[in-house]
Design a protein around this ligand. Structure first.
Ligand code: 4NP
Length: 143
């Protein structure tokens, strides 16, 4: 059985698409792609259908990582379909909680503390890259 991992942020254009790309990179470096299904989404649908933010994509490319996901909004089904649901910040976690209306669903949730780079400059995207890069490596050790 594949382990299904879902990364969630607010808009699904900055943090969670990068987490999806970096986790995917780590599993492919280890030849473990077949063990996982990886996806990302946002608690809001403001950017549905859009590519990740150009700043996220440009910064990741500097590190040789392509971010290819297309923004979509979280659904009720996601809580059932995925095994591990990782929210990028507390406000995101709070946005997911109403969908997780049983203890079993809530036990799938994990909350990271990744600052939202949306309103800041390029250095914020670089900082977020390193935070997420480190966190996905830790995650892969334990899932
Ligand atoms: P993300 O960043 O949640 O990491 O994708 C944001 C993207 C867009 C907005 C906020 C945060 N927004 O307000 O549109």
């Amino acid at each position: 059985m594949k382990k299904r991992i879902l990364f969630v942020c607010l808009g699904n254009i900055c943090r969670s698409p990068l987490a999806e790309a970096l986790f995917t990179k780590e599993i492919s470096l280890r030849g473990r792609e077949k063990e996982f299904e990886v996806d990302s989404c946002g608690t809001n649908g403001f950017h549905n259908g859009e590519q990740a933010d150009p700043r996220t994509r440009a910064n990741a490319l500097k590190h040789g990582v392509e971010v290819t996901s297309i923004s979509r909004q979280l659904t009720v089904g996601d809580l059932h379909d995925f095994d591990h649901i990782i929210t990028m910040a507390r406000d995101v976690y709070n946005g997911v909680l109403p969908y997780a209306n049983t203890p079993a669903l809530r036990s799938k949730l994990e909350c990271w503390e990744v600052p939202d780079p949306w309103y800041g400059g390029d250095e914020g995207f670089e900082k977020v890259f390193h935070i997420i890069d480190s966190k996905v490596k830790n995650l892969l050790e334990k899932v």
